[in-house]
Design a protein around this ligand. Structure first.
Ligand code: SAM
Ligand code: DTB
Ligand code: SF4
Length: 329
């Protein structure tokens, strides 16, 4: 699909666009189950990079305390809780420019990953830049997906980040793909970019080979002390159009309604699911900011008659499979 076709899709009347997105969604995701992904910041704050939206950059005065890499037991306790609450994916984030191969910290991350992987959830990490070798080591440890967002168009990116480049981001994504990791790559709406920038990002995502396994669509969470603290919030129909076009352009990809969900009404979220979103961050907290609670999310899904995605039986150990069989009987 070309950039001009993406524009044509995007600028149709909303109901016409929703009809098309719905048709693609029904054909590719007939049961439209919603994937529940729980996030945990395993290394918070003190990041060297200057990403204008980020609470964790040491270049901004956001009042966020810098923390050390969490220990294995702490992370495992969070991961077990997430699984018990119904999450099927556990995503761990680190406020790093990138991974430093061969360091004790990277060794600790791999150990954390290998233990979390035993719980039977998909394991996603987002650790910044990655070499092919580091990507292969993460895969070997049990990582299933690597999150590395391009955030916006290559043309707008230098307005948002100056300490690394779009090409650096693309290199990491290729390294993750080379290692056979699923790639989770998306963007942020509401940083002052145009609709054209958002569709340019989508054009680039469509060009990935293989296609991204998931695309998180974040709405900017304005963080006090960052240059984007007072940016204009994204309108619901802009978000809706972007989700619908992403669903049509990447039919087999999970589209995750990501940061900023707590600013949406229940009706707004319902429309986003209708437009093709089939994944959310679940668990009351993103990395450093709040998001809807588990109870609120489960209540909303119930009200809408949507079901959470079930854990893949292949991922479960014998005890968990037995538990599922009992529940089903
Ligand atoms: N340091 C790693 C990196 O940059 O890839 C991983 C962590 S970083 C916080 C992960 C992603 O979270 C960013 O790429 C961005 O898309 C998203 N994000 C961070 N702060 C955000 C905010 N205030 N609002 C919306 N999305 C945000
Ligand atoms: C993604 O696209 N969004 C998540 C996850 N991937 C790592 C992070 C959102 C962060 C929102 C701001 C915060 O909590 O600091
Ligand atoms: Fe935040 Fe990641 Fe940028 Fe660091 S590299 S400032 S953690 S988005």
């Amino acid at each position: 699909m070309t950039l001009s076709e993406l524009h044509d899709l995007y600028h149709q009347p909303v109901f016409q666009l929703l009809d098309q997105a719905r048709a693609v969604c029904r054909a590719n995701w007939p049961d439209h189950a919603i994937q529940l992904c729980t996030l945990l910041s395993i290394k918070t704050g003190g990041c060297s990079e200057d990403c204008a939206y980020c609470a964790q950059s040491s270049r901004h005065h956001t009042g966020l305390a810098r923390e050390e890499l969490l220990g294995l037991d702490t992370v495992l306790a969070h991961a077990r809780r997430a699984r018990a609450s119904g999450a099927t994916r556990f995503c761990m984030g680190a406020a790093w420019r990138g991974v430093r191969e061969g360091t004790p910290k990277f060794a600790q991350v791999k150990r954390i990953v290998s233990e979390v992987a035993k719980l039977g959830m998909e394991v996603c990490v987002t650790l910044g830049e990655l070499t092919e070798r580091a990507a292969a080591e993460l895969k070997e440890a049990g990582v299933t997906a690597y999150n590395h967002n391009l955030d916006t168009s290559p043309e707008f990116y230098p307005n948002i980040v100056t300490t690394h480049t779009y090409a650096d981001r693309l290199r990491t994504i290729r390294a993750a793909q080379q290692a056979g990791l699923d790639v989770c790559c998306g963007g942020i709406l509401g940083m002052g970019e145009t609709v054209g920038d958002r569709l340019r990002l989508l054009e680039i995502l469509i060009g990935f080979d293989p296609a991204p396994e998931s695309v998180p669509i974040n709405c900017l969470v304005g963080i006090d002390g960052t240059p984007l603290a007072d940016a204009q919030p994204v309108g619901i129909f802009d978000l809706l159009r972007m989700i619908a076009v992403t669903r049509i352009a990447l039919p087999g990809t999970k589209v995750r309604l990501s940061a900023g969900r707590s600013y949406l009404t229940k009706e707004g979220q319902a429309l986003c699911f209708y437009a093709g979103a089939n994944s959310i961050f679940y668990g009351g907290k993103l990395l450093t900011t709040p998001s809807p609670t588990e109870d609120e999310d489960l209540a909303l899904l119930r009200e809408l008659g949507l079901t959470p995605l079930e854990p893949k039986k292949a991922c479960l150990n014998d005890l968990q499979k037995a538990a599922l069989t009992v529940t089903a009987a």
